[in-house]
Design a binder for this molecule. Structure first.
Ligand code: PMP
Length: 408
């Protein structure tokens, strides 16, 4: 009966965005948004996406037919190369399966569903503490048990690598470990390449199953290969693994829902058996996909595919990525410099040490609320700010407001 349906709380991020929109102050600053903004606080259509759009619109062959169940192959195969590298053994040996998804969220869901169906037993899913809040909902919705591993150190505002490794060592063998490939959301803290190697070696010893979530490749450092470093290391180590890949941020295709889910069979099974496993996995993913969405959306995949399959456009995309990541890195430097100039109590090096769209400022919940009511600056209660909300006109205002609430 309908009265068995209780009212659910509003999604905190969307609630924040609603409060920001309702604020009439000319000084208001939105540091909650999870989308890139240019220096005029406006959404940015990547110039290379405009070009691809033009090509698509002038293509007399283009139509609105269904894609195959697994999506646009010209897109998904390039997407796998982007993650694993063009000459990856897993691709050459046909140990990979790539299925187009409803952006990153849909890829995480498809992966969760697949694991819930075929990797059940006592497997627990370990999420970083904290993580993108949706991870908790997506994995629990498919009935997988959830635990967390330590990630962020409040003291150093960096990675709690010892706590992380200790928890992975204690976890039951074969646990599923969700890892942010780069630009960890919400903290902006990533393991160093050396720390990734240590994490991989603990996971190998415990036969854990890596579940990578990558939503910021190229957007984090401006270098697509560098931002795929962790995934490539695990793949080279021969792990059986899965990857949820979003093209929302790095193509600015948020609403088009372009993404992919990838499965990589273990290298240890031998090339022939690896390919057999991949064939079986592919057949099962098709069935899951068919019942969930039937076939994925076509438009964003075509745009991305045009860029990924053309050398000149690909080079231009890399330039666009450097524009976005460069502006964000510049804002990190400006915010830190201003706070240090004001001699705001506490260290601020974490602002430039952290990477990607988000930064964990270390501001407390009362400080966050004070920033909202007194200064019209909006961020999530955990003190996470989106760097994309800063620009050359508001960064000094924001630093001055941080300074005031920290001193109170
Ligand atoms: N994973 C993480 C860690 C994210 O930050 C995001 C975007 N906020 C996603 C997945 C998926 O986003 P989308 O579904 O828009 O691709």
């Amino acid at each position: 009966p309908a009265d068995a349906v209780p009212q659910a709380p509003e999604d905190p991020l969307f609630g924040l965005s609603r409060a920001y929109k309702a604020d009439t102050s000319p000084d208001k600053v939105d540091l909650g948004i999870g989308a890139y903004r240019d220096d005029n606080a406006k959404p940015w259509v990547l110039p290379v996406v405009k070009k691809a759009d033009e090509i698509l619109r002038n293509d007399p062959e283009a139509n609105h037919e269904y894609l195959p169940i697994a999506g646009l192959q010209a897109f998904t195969s390039r997407a796998a190369e982007l993650l694993l590298g063009k000459s990856a053994p897993a691709i050459a040996e046909k140990r990979t399966v790539s299925v187009q998804s409803i952006s990153g969220t849909g890829a995480v869901h498809l992966g969760a569903l697949f694991l819930a169906k075929f990797y059940k037993g006592s497997r627990t899913v370990y999420l970083s503490n904290p993580t993108w809040a949706n991870h908790h909902q997506i994995f629990s919705n498919v009935g997988l048990p959830i635990a967390t591993y330590p990630y962020f150190s409040k003291e150093t505002r960096g990675l709690d690598v010892d706590g992380l490794k200790a928890t992975l060592e204690k976890a039951d063998e074969g646990s599923i470990i969700v890892l942010h490939a780069c630009a960890h959301n919400p903290t902006g803290v990533d393991p160093t390449p050396e720390q990734w190697r240590e994490i991989a070696s603990v996971m190998k010893a415990k036969k854990h199953f890596p579940f990578f979530d990558t939503a910021y490749q190229g957007f984090a450092s401006g270098d697509l290969d560098r931002d795929a470093g962790a995934i490539r290391h695990f793949a080279e180590e021969g792990f059986e693994l899965v990857i949820a890949q979003s093209f929302a941020k790095n193509f600015g295709l948020y609403g088009q829902r372009a993404g992919c889910f990838h499965y990589v069979a273990p290298s240890g099974a031998g090339a022939a058996e690896g390919a057999n496993i991949a064939t079986r996995v592919s057949s099962q993913l098709s069935i899951l996909q068919r019942s969930e969405i039937s076939n994925p959306p076509i438009y964003g995949a075509r745009i991305a595919s045009i860029v990924l399959n053309d050398d000149a456009l690909f080079a231009e995309w890399q330039e666009n990525l450097r524009t976005m990541s460069g502006r964000i890195i510049d804002m990190r430097k400006k915010l830190r410099a201003k706070l240090e100039e004001l001699q705001t109590p506490g260290g601020w090096n974490h602002i430039t040490d952290q990477i990607g769209m988000f930064s964990f400022t270390g501001l407390s919940e009362p400080q966050v609320l004070k920033l909202r009511t007194d200064y019209h600056i909006y961020m999530t209660k955990n003190g996470r700010i989106s760097m994309a909300g800063l620009n050359s006109r508001n960064v000094e205002y924001v630093a001055a407001a941080f300074d005031k609430v920290v001193r109170e």
